[in-house]
Design a protein around this ligand. Structure first.
Ligand code: HEC
Length: 361
């Protein structure tokens, strides 16, 4: 046992003790704290913050672990001592992990809608643990830096194995001369079978898919960050409709008498009204009661009486001074003003409206 091993063990032990005591204290803390919890202040769910903190802490632990072993290599400690140390540290880490899982379970009991409750006390415990771990890392980094003469050892350690060695280890292929050693002892009409290892590259690929599935599960099912199929479909449809509407707005020429639709929404009617007041009211008068041009509020029409017909009259114009507005405004504006005209309330002769022209429709 050297000083590094001792200090790591001591710290891990302290950290473990600390978290265990926190777990015990937690039940009271949960009920005592009524103010906004930290995860809420950060705009995260408790499950999310718990996962982030746990992953971060585990990463720090992994860094400490690997730094400790490289420091050990640099200082050339004996193999058997290393074994002993690993066991001790592993046991502590297992204890550490156990403590956390039990804290999760304890916390889960009081959880309401979120998967894992994450009270502030545990958050601060994590912070303390992380700070301690970072201090260990800095300490270990100092040792590594200090032993400059051993840098060569360090280099050797981090040097990549030769490509060939690597590919061989990835395939575990048995050279053809040695195939006899993996030949299975059956022979069907001269057909024999080799007992090859599954290629490691394939196995690693498989492990990655497992990891991927875990990530996928958390992404879609636990944190619900990603949309599930139905939500995704609805989202796509909404996006499509919005794009379509934008495209139509940018290309008013797409609106023709054949496909024009009566608009009824307030903003379109308001738009139609402002167009009418500036361009049409001079002849058809305020509110469409009629003047030089006919009364647009009654049920008598010289021309078409539906949205398509009114759209056509406004676009193409008529005799006696009604201009063809299609050269003066885009089709979507004609659609708006036609829709406005269609919904005008009746102004009868008695109310100052112009007498009907055309046929009752
Ligand atoms: C210069 C005057 C004038 C202006 C401005 C004018 N109109 Fe007209 N409008 C007329 C006249 C006149 C008629 C009747 C045409 C006919 O007798 O053939 C008419 C007819 C119409 C008709 C057909 C009514 C029917 O009974 O079938 C509609 C709809 C109409 N105008 C809407 C509009 C709109 C919308 C605007 C503004 C964009 C507008 N007009 C601007 C003079 C005008």
């Amino acid at each position: 046992m050297n000083i590094i091993e001792k200090s790591i063990k001591a710290t891990l032990f302290l950290v473990t003790l600390f978290t265990s005591s926190l777990v015990l204290a937690q039940e009271e803390t949960v009920s005592a704290v009524q103010s906004t919890p930290i995860y809420a202040q950060l705009g995260l769910s408790s499950t999310m913050l718990f996962t982030i903190m746990t992953i971060f802490t585990l990463l720090l632990l992994a860094v400490v672990w690997s730094m400790a072993s490289s420091t050990k290599n640099i200082l050339k400690y004996k193999q058997d001592e290393a074994k002993k140390k690993n066991h001790g540290t592993k046991a502590l880490l297992a204890l550490f992990a156990l403590t956390f899982s039990s804290s999760v379970m304890a916390a889960d009991g009081g959880a309401s809608e979120s998967l894992i409750a994450f009270p502030d006390s545990v958050f601060w415990a994590y912070i303390v643990i992380d700070v301690v771990l970072i201090m260990i890392i800095i300490y270990l980094a100092g040792i590594v830096k200090g032993s400059i003469s051993d840098i060569i050892v360090l280099r050797k350690m981090f040097k990549w194995k030769k490509w060939k060695v690597w590919t061989k280890s990835m395939t575990q292929a048995v050279p053809i001369e040695e195939e006899g050693s993996i030949l299975l002892d059956h022979d069907y009409d001269g057909i024999t079978e080799l007992d090859n290892e599954l290629p490691p590259w394939w196995k690693y690929g498989f492990y990655i898919t497992i990891l991927w599935a875990v990530g996928y599960f958390f992404y879609y099912q636990v944190f619900e960050i990603g949309n599930l199929q139905e939500a995704e479909y609805l989202q796509e449809m909404a996006d499509g409709e919005r794009e379509m509407a934008e495209y139509k707005a940018a290309h008013p020429e797409m609106i023709t008498a054949d496909n024009v639709e009566l608009l009824t929404d307030a903003s379109s009617i308001a738009q139609g009204r402002s167009i009418y007041d500036t361009k049409c009211a001079s002849c058809h008068m305020e509110g469409g009661r009629g003047g030089l041009g006919p009364n647009l509020t009654d049920d008598y029409w010289l021309y078409g009486n539906d949205i398509s017909g009114v759209f056509t009259t406004i676009s193409e114009g008529a005799s006696n001074g009604m201009a063809a507005w299609k050269t003066m405004m885009p089709a979507n504006e004609i659609q708006a003003v036609a829709s406005y005209v269609m919904q005008l309330p009746d102004i009868t002769v008695a109310d100052g409206g112009k007498e009907p022209q055309g046929d009752l429709k």
